[in-house]
Design a protein around this ligand. Structure first.
Ligand code: SF4
Ligand code: SF4
Length: 90
């Protein structure tokens, strides 16, 4: 008999997503950003870094595509785009 399957949850910083990220990925428009850093604060993977619209960037190796950064942005400066419609900026 097999017992219950227990799957250990992955740790944030230790989990590269690589190609399995959900099919949406965030793109910074870099138009209306005010540098509030809410996107940085809310990202569960801590994969956004920077200080202002010129320097903020996402490490797509760790991004899960959850969309929280896009939802929280007060200036609607982060769009969630389908993977196929972006230019890969890894
Ligand atoms: S989509 Fe989610 S994981 Fe990716 S950068 Fe935004 S908040 Fe972080
Ligand atoms: S949440 Fe939006 S306005 Fe604030 S730093 Fe991030 S991109 Fe800029």
């Amino acid at each position: 008999m097999f017992g219950p399957l227990i799957v250990k949850p992955a740790k944030s910083k230790g989990s590269k997503t690589g190609s399995w990220r959900v099919k949406l990925r965030p793109e910074f428009l870099k138009k209306n950003c005010i540098g509030c850093k809410l996107c940085i604060s809310v990202c569960p993977e801590a994969c956004i870094q920077g200080k202002d619209k010129e320097t903020i960037k996402i490490n797509y190796e760790y991004c899960k595509g959850c969309g929280l950064c896009s939802v929280i942005c007060p200036k609607s400066d982060i769009l969630m785009l389908e993977e196929e419609s972006k230019g890969d900026k890894k």
